[in-house]
Write a protein that binds this ligand. Structure first.
Ligand code: CIZ
Length: 308
């Protein structure tokens, strides 16, 4: 057996023993490494996983993803121990806004409501009126009585949403560096290579890329679409981890990553070894201060009430 598989086996056995001992559950985001997805109890997008976290009987939740995602789980489940295997795994998009800068923007537009994309810190969620995800951004925008909305921090998602609503959106200059690397020519070349494939992209992509897609969906939306539609080939414009899940769950279909540039270095920091360490030492607990947690939870709860 090759050495790396022997190492994997060692950590998989250790994780399986520790998760029982510690009454833990392991949640892995759709962008995680394949081997981390494989040992998880659940895979999903950040909101699906946070909802699982809130419902579980487990005492310890190991959240394999980036910091804002583990924070969302801690916001919704204050009575549980939420661990992040790699505390440095951040999200550059979430880091493109600070509470101070958001407060200044709110002063400029005092009549506007504030929507924050789930890719944001607990502090920014606490300072916003309501959250949204890439699945429900349009419905959240349309649910508000205000005509003017400060939409933070993802400009691409905001620009996509505004093509489908009469509301006025004030954009923030934030973007996901991984999705931003996909260019229209990447999609055109992928289509030339796979002319029968449907193009599905994430709304964090640039608008000129979105315009070339057949479907624009969140990772959860892409998973469902790939299962439901009678198509056999797909060009996928989001982080490569999702292609692993799609191929595993749909072995008779073919999934092509739109470009090899679609790799998020932060998502790839979590390894089996780090998961085993977090479980063994119960380390890297995510704690959101109660005053921030309560206000951030209001923004998440308000979003969860929006009809889809
Ligand atoms: O909310 C998430 O999990 C993100 C960042 C993307 C998606 O579409 O799943």
């Amino acid at each position: 057996m090759p050495e790396e598989y022997q190492d994997d086996r060692f950590y998989i056995d250790k994780i399986n023993r520790l998760r029982k001992e510690k009454k833990a559950i392991i949640l892995a985001h759709n962008y995680q490494r394949g081997e981390v997805q494989d040992i998880a109890d659940f895979n999903g997008d950040s909101l699906e996983l946070s909802r699982k976290a809130a419902k579980t009987e487990a005492e310890v939740i190991v959240f394999c993803g980036v910091k804002f995602m583990a924070e969302s789980a801690a916001i919704l489940s204050p009575d549980k121990v939420v661990l992040i295997p790699v505390p440095e795994a951040g999200c550059p998009l979430a880091d493109m806004i600070t509470v101070e800068a958001l407060r200044a923007k709110k002063k400029e537009y005092p009549e506007a409501a504030v929507i924050c994309y789930v890719n944001s810190s607990a502090e920014v969620k606490a300072e916003s009126d309501i959250c949204c995800t890439s699945t429900n951004a349009l419905q959240v925008v349309n649910s508000l009585k205000e005509e003017r909305i400060i939409f933070v921090p993802d400009e691409n998602l905001g620009r996509y949403v505004v093509t489908q609503t009469d509301k006025e959106l004030i954009f923030w200059k934030g973007f996901c560096p991984t999705h931003y690397r996909v260019l229209p020519e990447d999609i055109i070349k992928a289509k030339e290579r796979h002319p029968r494939a449907k193009v599905v992209v994430h709304p964090e992509c640039r608008l000129d890329v979105i315009m070339l897609a057949d479907e624009v969906l969140s990772t959860g939306g892409i998973v469902k679409y790939a299962q439901d539609v009678g198509v056999k080939e797909f060009i996928v414009g989001t982080e490569m981890g999702l292609v692993y899940r799609l191929q595993k769950e749909n072995p008779r279909k073919r999934f092509y990553l739109a470009t090899e540039k679609l790799i998020c270095p932060n998502m790839k920091l979590t390894t089996l070894e780090k998961v085993a360490n977090a479980l063994e030492k119960t380390e890297h607990r995510v704690i959101v201060p109660e005053e921030i947690r309560l206000r951030a939870k209001q923004s998440l709860d308000r979003m969860l009430q929006v009809k889809m």
